[in-house]
Design a protein around this ligand. Sequence first.
Ligand code: ZN
Length: 500
Amino acid sequence: MRSRGREIKVYRRSITTQSGTVSLLIREGLDKKFVMIYREESDLVESFKAEEEGELDGYRYRICPCNHENALALRRYFPYTRPSRLAKGSTIGMGDRIGVATPGHIRAAREFRIFPALAQQSIREMGRTGRSPEEVLDDVSWAVFQEGYRDGFAADADHLKTLEDIDRTFKAGFTMYTLDPSDYVDDLAGTYDLKTLREKFDGLPWKELGCDPRSCLNRYVGPRFRLRSSEGEVDITFSEEVLMRSAVKYSKAIAHILKMYNRLVELFDGKRFDLEISVDETASPTTPQEHFFIASELKRLGVRFDGLALRFVGAFEKAVDYRGDLKMFEETFKTHVIIAKSLGPYKLSIHSGSDKFSIYPIIGKWAKGMFHLKTAGTSYLEALRVVARHDPRLFREIIDYSMKCFERDKATYMISTKIESIPDHRMCRDEELEDVFLNRDEGRQLLHVTYGSILTARDSNGRWIFRDKIRKILLENEEEYYQLLQNHFRKHLTALGLKG
Ligand code: ZN
C-alpha cells in the first residue's frame, strides 16, 4: 500500500479475507478507515464507497471512510458486526457516550465470556450527547470489526418512553428495547386516602387493560400465591388496599407498555426481539407484591418480556458504590429472584449498575445466570482518566466547566454530592488530579452528571470546546484507554463471581 510517508496504524485483529478480498481497519491521524485489498472486483468491493483507490505490486486497494453508508455495507457483508438478540444467562450492558470505548468493552467481555449489549444508549443520553441511534450503532459495528469480535452482541435502545422513540431506534437496527413507562407510574399511590384510592382505581384504563375492577380484585385478592425456586419460597398475598395501591401505581404504565409492545411486534413482523421493562426510576423500592403484580399483568396481556428492571432498596447513585443496608438488600433481592424465576424466568436488570462493588457478590450469588448489569457513565469517567493523565490542563478546564453546570445537570439524578464538598483543583498538583477527581466520590459524581454539557459545549464560533479534544486524546492513547476499561470491567465481573 502507498503508505510511504504516511503514518498509518493497522488494527491487526480486524484483518479478514472474504471473496478473495482482504479487508481491514486502519487509522490515519485521527481517522479510522476501512481498507480492501484485492485483485478482482466483487460485489463486496463495489458496496463500499471509497475516498481513495490505487494499485500497488499487482494488487488493487480502496480506502473508505467509516461513515454511515459504509457501516451499512459492513453489516451486510460482515454479519458479526450486526447486533443480535441478547444471549440467555447473565449479560452485561456497556454503554459508550463518546464512541471510542467499545474495543475495551469487547476485551473485557471476551475475557469473561459474557455476552454484551455493546450499543446501549438511552434516548436521554442521545439527546445529551447529540448522537443519533445510527451513530451509536455504527461506532459499535466499526469497533467490532476492529477487534475481529465474532461472538455476538446486542444493541439496547434504552429507556424508550414513546412510540416515536421506538420507531427511531427500530429504523437504526436495534435488537433490544428497554421500555420506560415512568411517565405513567403514579408515585403517589402509596399516599392516597381510601376514598381517593378507590376513585383512582375505578378510573384506570380498564378497556386498554382488557379487564374490569371486579375481576382484577378477584384475581389477586384472596388467593395465596406460593412461589418456589431453588433459592427458597415466597408467599404473595394482597389485601384489597394493597392491590388497589399496586394497580393505581402501575396499571397506567402497564397499559402504555402494551401500546409500545404492540408497535414493536408490528415492526418486527414475526421476528423476535429482546424486551426489557424498566420501572427502576420510581420514588420508593418495588415491593414483592408490586413485582408480582407487574409481571403477572404483563403475562396476562401477552407481553413477552426478557428482563425487568426494578427499583431495589438502598441508593444506586451514579458513579459510586451502593449505599444502603446490605442485609436488607440481600433479603429483598433474593425474593425478587424467586419471583422472576417462578413467573419467567426472566432476567433481573440492574440499572445504574456500574461501581456497585459491595452488592456484586450478592447479585452474583442469587441471580447467577439471570442478571443483566447496565453500565454507561463509568466508561466516560475512564475516558476522563486518560485525559487527566495526558492533558491535566484540559482536565482542569473540564472540571471548571462542570462546576458551572453541576447544579443544573444534577437535577435529574439522585446523587448526594453537594457542590461545596467538591475539592478545588487549584489545590491539587497535576499528578493528584486523577486520584482526587476520579477515585473519590465527589469528583466522580461531579464529572458523571455533567457529561452532556461537556460533550456538547461549543464556543462562540460553534466549535466543540471539549468533544474533539477528548476524542483526540483517547485515540492517541487508545490502547491505554482500552486497557483501563478492561481492568475496570474485570473488577466488576470478578466481583459478580464470573471467571476470566
Ligand atoms: Zn434505568
